[in-house]
Each structure stands twice: as C-alpha cells, then as structure tokens.
Design a protein around this ligand. Structure first.
Ligand code: SF4
Length: 320
C-alpha cells in the first residue's frame, strides 16, 4: 500500500495511519490498515457492517478500552497511540471532533441543549455567558431555528435531524482540525439525511476541516468524499480517488458494492446485492477473505492473501 500512501502525500498528512491493528483478545478485528487525511480533505471509509470500518474509526480516537492497538496513528506530529489517557482525552474534542450514528445516545437527556453544546468551552475555562453565546452562534450557523430559545430545551424536544445538528455543534465547538463522522445520517430519513449531509459539506468547507466519513453507503459518499478506502473483513481492499473508483473499481468487492447502489448514470439497471454475508472476525476465511463471495475467484484466492498492488489487494490485479 506504500505507493498509494506516497501518492496521496501520507508523509505530509494531517492524520496518518500506518499498519493499524486492533485485537480483542485473540481475535484480530482490524488487520494492518493504512489511511491518510490531509487538512481540508474528505476521505470515506466504506464497507458493509462487520468490515471493521467503525472499529478503525473508534481506534483512531482510542474510544474502546480493552482492545489492543498496534501500528501508528499520527495527528500532525503527535503519535496518538503513545499518549496517556489524559492527553488523549484532550485530543478528543479539541483536535478531533466526533459525530456518531445515534444522536440520542450522544446526548444527555437530563441536560439542556445549551449546557451540552457549551460544555467543552466551559471545561476549557470560558465563562458561562461567553460559552453559551458561542454555542448559540454555532447552533444558529447550523440552521437551528430560534437557537437562543432552543438552547433551553432538552434533547427529547428536538427532531432526529435537529438532534444531529446539535451533535455536530458539540463536535465543532472545540474548533477541531479533523472530524470523524461515523454513519452520521444512517438513522435519519432520506430527506433529512440529504439536509444533514449538505450541512456537513458546507460547514467543513468553510472551516477547512479534514473529514473521515464512515459509511456502508457508497451513494452517500458520491457527493461528499474526494477519496475512498474500502474495507472488508478488517482489511483495506481498495483505496482510490472517488472518480476512478466509481468509473472502474479495481476490487471485485468494490464493484459488488457499486452494483448494489442506485446510480443516476445507470438508471434502469437492476440493483444486485452481493450474495452471502461478511465473515465474523473470529471465522475469517484464509487467503482472500472475500473469496467465498467473489464471482471471479481464482484457485489461489482460497489460500494466498493478495498483496497490495497500487490501488487494491486482489490476485486478479497481480496477474494482470
Ligand atoms: Fe476475488 Fe480473488 Fe480478488 Fe479476492 S483475490 S477479490 S477472491 S479475485
């Protein structure tokens, strides 16, 4: 994968992940993932559920205690895996903001919206009045109507889309350099999903924020990301800029994902889900983990792990 990383400027990247491994006891959940994100860039990490994409995102922020992490995760000049827990919690929110799928789970039902959005600033020592004024201005920017009044409301008084705006405000109030957004629109209906994505697009562009978007939906990625890393069974299997990836996916798994999403350039074509299901990490097949589902598998695919060949890891590319 080194060629791709050099091509995409990983050595000058704001966030540079090399050989990330995540182990839960004896089970390897993430196996040697490389990623890079430059300032202001949007990268999507894509795969079905169980591919390891969310575990990867959470590992970058060291959110799950009890998992063993290996490799390196550098943010600017800082190796996040070498920080103490206290130093790492200062990185979260200040340098890296996070938005997750379930806004209700991220909000305290007993605290007002205003208290929750202003809290990171209060923890930094800002006076209540100033912190609340900045929270109000940000909610206003994010399209929350009557923000001053609604700061006094509680999460259950907000709709799903409005709650996701509040969670986005909580992620942005610390003015981070990077935003990690894990399935931020999955729990929303299609119309609200589009609104939230547009909003994310605008605020990230205005702030020059690097965004790592985690999603199972290649349709969501199309209008948002510049580059895509596709994961399967804990490994990165393809990484390309969005246009070539859509035009000519290099890995049969990416091609399968694309055949399963509606596309405006292929109206009338039948959608074909990939047959079968991803393996559990404890029962990952040998060789290429995708071989039981791959429509073009070769004999060697069941026994030999494919090497990275420029943009993807697949024996077909090695042979060509
Ligand atoms: Fe299919 Fe083989 Fe390529 Fe895996 S290595 S994606 S099984 S052709």
């Amino acid at each position: 994968m080194t060629a791709l990383l050099e091509e995409t400027g990983v050595d000058t990247a704001l966030l540079a992940v090399r050989g990330l491994t995540v182990d839960a006891g004896d089970v390897r959940l993430v196996d040697g993932v490389d990623l890079s994100l430059r300032a202001g860039e949007r990268v999507a990490l894509v795969g079905e559920s169980g591919s390891g994409k969310s575990v990867t995102a959470r590992a970058l922020l060291r959110l799950d205690r009890g998992l063993r992490l290996g490799g390196s995760v550098r943010l600017g000049g800082t190796d996040l895996l070498a920080l103490s827990d206290k130093e790492m919690s200062a990185v979260r929110g200040r340098r890296v903001g996070m938005v997750f799928q379930d806004p209700m789970g991220a909000l305290d039902p007993l605290q007002t919206i205003g208290e929750q959005v202003a809290e990171p600033l209060r923890l930094r020592g800002l006076r209540r009045r100033e912190a609340h004024e900045r929270a109000r201005a940000l909610l206003d920017d994010l399209g929350v109507d009557r923000a001053a009044e609604r700061m006094r409301a509680y999460p259950h008084e907000f709709s799903g889309g409005m709650r996701q705006r509040v969670v986005l405000a909580m992620a942005l109030i610390g003015e981070p350099e990077v935003l990690v957004a894990d399935e931020p629109t999955t729990a929303l209906d299609v119309r609200v999903q589009a609104q939230v994505l547009r909003l994310l697009d605008t605020v990230c562009a205005e702030r020059g924020l690097g965004v790592l978007l985690i999603t199972h939906d290649l349709g969501v990625v199309a209008g948002f990301a510049e580059r895509v890393v596709v994961m399967y069974a804990g490994r990165a299997v393809e990484a390309q800029p969005i246009r070539p990836l859509y035009a000519a996916p290099a890995h049969p798994y990416t091609a399968g994902l694309l055949r399963a999403v509606p596309r405006v350039d292929r109206l009338g074509e039948r959608l074909e889900p990939i047959p079968g299901a991803p393996p559990s990490p404890a029962a990952r097949p040998g060789g290429c983990a995708f071989h039981p589902r791959c429509p073009v598998a070769l004999d060697r695919c069941a026994t030999e792990v494919p090497a990275w060949t420029g943009v993807a890891a697949c024996h077909l590319l090695e042979e060509s």
